[in-house]
Design a protein. Structure first.
Length: 320
């Protein structure tokens, strides 16, 4: 793979630990069913920015993760995972003694769909003041995939940071998540003029725009100011909408092969951003994002092995 003109990438957002158990058909109920048993358990890094960074690094990107963790063994585990994957984190991960590292229990049902029980921990106090702003804005691409899940940052810092990033020519990308804030339509629409790419899930957008179809929502985003919309449609694939073009890329994984959807969107983001950082076309970038997400959902947990990702690079023949 050619290494010329590869863009540097900064990921900002959640760093946490996921504890996944599958399959969960029914949850315990006091005095009725006090215990349930599962067949599979997985302990892995989690959070949009973390999942995206780990996959980007394994693909071969120059990626730095900016986040906040505790001073506990979960934090030590995450730092080890970042180092092993090749994620730059030494000068960009902040540790606090005030809260433990954010942790999420993920219950996965037989169809791969998930429910969550979350301890927000260190992420509850993450703000722009935790980081060297000049360092944060020094990359060619800045992705924030945890919108709606870091309230202090979202409400006080996000808009100003995106505006500064665009003013200096940094490519800005954002994804949302069904986070602790719920959904804030007004705040979402305020971010759009500062985004080169917004990459939401239609499942989530239906909660905000219940009467609109994906194309109507995408056109609404473009009208407000977003430059491009990359909308994840689950089993229907991914729809891209820009000012003068639209296309749909179908999924690459059969629904019968889906094991666990944890991290599907984050891995799509990583594949898409990686391809963009290698100056691929928008169509090929979306297609490669689909390929990475398709690999992720065929296993439990969001982490895809480096060997699998490198194989995808060669199979795609996009990077020759």
């Amino acid at each position: 793979m050619k290494q010329i003109d590869n863009k540097t990438i900064h990921c900002l957002g959640g760093a946490l630990v996921d504890i996944l158990m599958k399959p969960i058909g029914k949850y315990p109920k006091p005095h009725v069913r006090s215990n349930v048993f599962v067949e599979k358990m997985n302990f892995s890094p989690g959070g949009g920015a973390t999942n995206c960074s780990l996959t980007l690094a394994k693909l071969g990107a120059d990626v730095t993760l900016f986040s906040k963790i505790g001073s506990d063994h979960h934090a030590d585990y995450l730092l080890q995972e970042f180092t092993e994957a090749g994620v730059n984190s030494a000068q960009s991960i902040v540790r606090t003694d005030d809260h433990k590292t954010s942790t999420v229990f993920v219950g996965v049902d037989a169809d791969g769909e998930r429910t969550f029980i979350s301890y927000h921990g260190a992420l509850s106090e993450l703000s722009l003041a935790d980081f060297d702003e000049e360092h944060l804005l020094s990359a060619e691409m800045l992705i924030y995939p945890d919108f709606f899940n870091i309230p202090k940052f979202d409400k006080l810092d996000l808009l100003g940071l995106l505006e500064k990033a665009q003013q200096q020519g940094t490519l800005t990308l954002l994804d949302e998540t069904w986070g602790i804030m719920g959904f804030d339509k007004e705040l979402l629409e305020k971010t759009l003029p500062y985004l080169d790419f917004i990459m939401p899930s239609m499942d989530d957008l239906q909660q905000i725009y219940p009467e609109n179809n994906p194309e109507d929502i995408a056109n609404h985003f473009i009208k407000i100011g977003a430059r491009h919309v990359v909308m994840k449609l689950g089993p229907e694939g991914v729809m891209f909408v820009g000012p003068n073009r639209k296309f749909l890329i179908p999924p690459v994984t059969n629904t019968n092969d889906v094991v666990d959807c944890t991290g599907a969107g984050d891995n799509f983001n990583a594949g898409f951003v990686f391809a963009l950082s290698r100056n691929l076309s928008l169509e090929k970038s979306v297609e490669f994002g689909n390929m990475v997400a398709g690999k992720a959902i065929q296993q439990i947990g969001s982490s895809v092995e480096r060997e699998q990702l490198q194989k995808l690079i060669h199979q795609s023949q996009f990077f020759n």
